[in-house]
Design a protein around this ligand. Structure first.
Ligand SMILES: [Zn+2]
Length: 81
């Protein structure tokens, strides 16, 4: 299996913050790409780790916006609208 390109990660997926419109690469800067990090892109991080990510809308809440809207939480898990 080639591992360089042709990855099955949905790298073309356009994930954005529902509130500020920041894309995943910018919003999760600092969460990926460092030696030893599990993910190489913000998109991959978001798809796998971000609890607010909503697969129906491809929206998430970045840290700043999540705090700005009062850190919502639900027993079932809160996702961005
Ligand atoms: Zn935001």
């Amino acid at each position: 299996m080639p591992s360089e390109s042709g990855s099955l990660e949905r790298l073309g997926t356009d994930l954005t913050c529902f509130r500020c419109g920041s894309d995943a690469e910018r919003a999760f800067e600092g969460y990926y790409g460092h030696p030893g990090d599990m993910y190489e892109t913000g998109t991959a991080y978001c798809l796998n780790e971000e609890g607010t990510y909503n697969p129906d809308t491809n929206h998430f809440a970045c840290d700043e916006c999540y705090i700005a809207i009062g850190c919502p939480s639900l027993a079932t898990g809160w996702v961005a609208p």
